[in-house]
Write a protein that binds this ligand. Structure first.
Ligand code: AMP
Ligand code: ZN
Ligand code: FE
Ligand code: FE
Length: 289
C-alpha cells in the first residue's frame, strides 16, 4: 500500500489543481492520498469529483484534510487535520480568519518586495494565487517572473521571504492546543507536520510536544524530506513514548517544490489509526469493489 498523507493543491500553494493532484496520485501508483491544503478545504469538492472519473484500474482513496497554520511564541507549527467536518462552525471560522490574514499579509509582502526594487505587483500575486489561500510561494513566483530570483526556493532567503527576511511579514496563526481542540471537536484527527524540521526555523522541544499530546494530538509526521535521519529517530522515539502513531508524506506542492508524490509514505497501521479516530468526514473511494 502506498499512502501519502500530506499534499497541496492550487487551493493553497501547490501547483496542481485538486483534480490534477488526484489524477497524478493515481498515476504515481498511490492507493491513499490526503489533500491537506493550508488553512482551507476549498479543494475538497473538486478532488472528490475527480475521483469519480478515475479509471477503474487506478483505484484511489481520498483522505480529506487541511494543514493549519499555528505558532507558539516564535515557533511555527503546522498541524495536519484529517477527516474533520468542514461545516463545523468554529473550525470553519478559524480557517476563514487564517485565510483573511494571509490575504492582508500577502499584500504587505508584495509591497515590501516592491519597496526593495522588485518589479512585481499585488495583482500579479493574486493572479498567481488564483483564488487559493495566499502564501509565500505565490509571492516567490512573482519574484521569479520578475527575474529577481531563479526559483521559488531561492526566494526563501533572508534577502526576501525567509522568516524575518527583508520582505517577510508575520501572519495570524492559531495556538496549536486550540487547533487540536478545534480539529477534534469537528470529528477530525490531528497530526503534527514536520515537527523536527529545524531547517525551517525554530522547532518544538519534547516538553511542548508532550503538552500537545495531552491536548489530543494523535500522530507525528516522522518521514518528511526536511527531517534528517537523527530527527526522524527523535520523532519515532517521542511517538513511542507518547503512544502516538507516525506518518510519512511527500508534502507535495507540484512544481513549487521538487519532491514527487509518494516520495515518503505512511504505514497501513498508522492509516488505520487515523480512520479509527475520525468521525467528521468519510474517506472517499474511486471504486466500490
Ligand atoms: P506561508 O505559509 O505563507 O508562511 O509559506 C510557507 C510555505 O512556503 C511552506 O508551507 C512551504 O510550502 C513553502 N516553503 C517554505 N520554504 C520553502 C522553500 N525553501 N522552497 C519552496 N517552498 C518553501
Ligand atoms: Zn505549502
Ligand atoms: Fe507544512
Ligand atoms: Fe505542507
Amino acid at each position: 500500500m502506498r499512502i501519502d498523507l500530506h499534499t497541496h493543491s492550487t487551493a493553497s500553494d501547490g501547483t496542481d489543481s485538486p483534480a490534477e493532484l488526484v489524477r497524478n496520485a493515481a498515476d504515481a501508483g498511490l492507493d491513499i492520498l490526503a489533500l491537506t491544503d493550508h488553512d482551507t478545504t476549498h479543494g475538497w469538492a473538486e478532488a472528490r469529483a475527480a475521483l469519480r472519473d478515475l479509471p477503474a484500474k487506478r483505484p484511489l482513496t481520498l483522505v480529506l484534510g487541511a494543514e493549519l497554520s499555528c505558532r507558539i511564541d516564535d515557533v511555527t507549527v503546522h498541524l495536519l487535520g484529517y477527516l474533520f467536518d468542514p461545516d463545523e462552525p468554529q473550525l470553519a471560522e478559524a480557517r476563514a480568519q487564517l485565510r483573511a490574514d494571509r490575504l492582508r499579509r500577502g499584500e504587505q509582502m508584495a509591497r515590501r518586495c516592491i519597496e526593495l526594487g522588485a518589479d512585481i505587483s499585488w495583482e500579479q500575486v493574486r493572479r498567481i494565487a488564483d483564488g487559493g489561500a495566499v502564501g509565500r510561494p505565490h509571492v516567490a513566483r512573482a519574484l521569479v517572473e520578475a527575474g529577481e530570483v531563479s526559483s521559488v526556493s531561492e526566494a526563501f532567503s533572508s534577502q526576501w521571504l525567509a522568516d524575518h527576511g527583508r520582505a517577510w511579514v508575520p501572519k495570524h496563526d492559531l495556538d496549536p492546543v486550540r487547533a487540536i481542540q478545534l480539529v477534534r471537536a469537528a470529528g477530525g484527527v490531528a497530526v503534527l507536520a514536520h515537527p523536527a524540521a529545524d531547517v525551517r526555523g525554530g522547532i518544538l522541544d519534547d516538553a511542548r510536544i508532550i503538552q500537545l499530546a495531552h491536548a489530543g494530538l494523535a500522530g507525528l509526521e516522522a518521514d518528511h524530506v526536511d527531517h534528517t535521519p537523527a530527527q526522524r529517530a527523535r520523532v519515532r522515539r517521542l511517538a513511542r513514548e507518547l503512544d502516538l502513531f507516525v506518518t510519512g508524506s511527500s508534502d507535495y506542492h507540484g512544481s513549487n517544490k521538487e519532491l514527487p508524490l509518494g516520495a515518503e509514505l505512511t504505514s497501513q497501521d498508522s492509516y488505520r489509526a487515523v480512520l479509527a479516530a475520525a468521525s467528521g468526514t468519510e474517506t472517499v473511494r474511486s471504486t466500490h469493489t
